[in-house]
Design a protein. Structure first.
Ligand code: HEC
Ligand code: HEC
Length: 199
């Protein structure tokens, strides 16, 4: 190996070491305020609590500020934690959970037909009734982006609960979703919440 390659390699090792340290620092005590519900690595076990691992940081920051301002109803779940966190700490937590590895989480008991129907809706929508393909905003692997949240690997029951609340305007930042949900049948939603968790 020549000197140049060696230097590059050493540089990368130092960089990786720094990254490991940075993520260790990004998981300070504040994560303990979230871990009991969401899991320390964001892969919550209970479907009552959404998974945060790999979720988009901008989305998490936005939702936490909405909880703080009581614009999105969380039944008080974040009141105590947010009382101890300023905007910079919220930003740090969002970056920490976004950097965690999402664990597999396929929906239990979904049959092949339902999964295929869910996949078709996700990729193609149902343009005849005005349902757009979900992938067009949420990404073709459901990974999300700067403007729409990650859906892949989310608990099926949580996805279902959110698709129901869009209807009653508990999610002020979800104007697009409110319109989209109106175009979907109960069967469409059943198929989608079976398919998406296993993406
Ligand atoms: C007491 C349990 C509890 C604690 C502690 C808690 N959460 Fe939550 N979190 C919830 C529940 C319940 C929801 C879903 C609210 C709803 O139904 O809309 C949620 C939703 C969220 C969401 C929105 C996710 C989505 O996909 O819609 C984010 C982001 C979030 N929590 C981040 C955090 C962070 C960061 C902390 C730590 C500072 C934290 N939570 C602490 C219970 C908790
Ligand atoms: C035009 C863009 C767009 C399309 C198309 C779209 N979504 Fe969304 N979706 C969003 C945005 C933006 C949000 C975040 C809303 C918020 O901030 O509360 C969202 C949020 C969601 C959530 C809540 C996630 C969470 O963690 O809280 C679910 C579930 C969801 N969408 C499902 C779907 C499904 C299923 C489809 C396809 C039928 C779809 N979306 C199509 C933009 C879109």
């Amino acid at each position: 190996m020549n000197d140049g390659a060696c230097r590059v390699k050493t540089g990368r090792l130092i960089f990786l070491g720094w990254m490991a340290m940075a993520s260790a620092l990004a998981a300070p005590q504040a994560v303990q305020l979230c871990a009991s519900c969401h899991g320390a690595d964001g892969n919550s076990a209970s479907p009552r609590f959404p998974r945060l691992a790999g979720q988009q940081a901008a989305f998490m920051e936005q939702q936490l500020e909405l909880f703080r301002e009581r614009k999105r109803d969380d039944k008080g779940a974040h009141q105590a934690a947010l009382g101890k966190l300023d905007a910079a700490a919220v930003k740090g937590l969002a970056a920490y959970f976004a950097a965690q590895q999402p664990a597999a989480n396929p929906a239990a008991g979904a049959d092949a037909k339902l999964l295929a129907a869910g996949r078709k809706l996700f990729m193609e929508g149902n343009l005849a009734v005005g349902t757009p393909p979900c992938f067009s905003c949420h990404g073709d692997r459901g990974e999300g982006n700067a403007t729409a949240p990650r859906l892949a690997g989310q608990h099926s029951a949580y996805l279902l609960s959110q698709l129901q609340v869009f209807d009653v305007s508990q999610r002020p930042a979800a104007a697009e979703m409110q319109e989209i949900v109106k175009t979907m049948s109960a069967d469409d939603i059943k198929a989608l919440v079976a398919y998406i968790p296993g993406m």
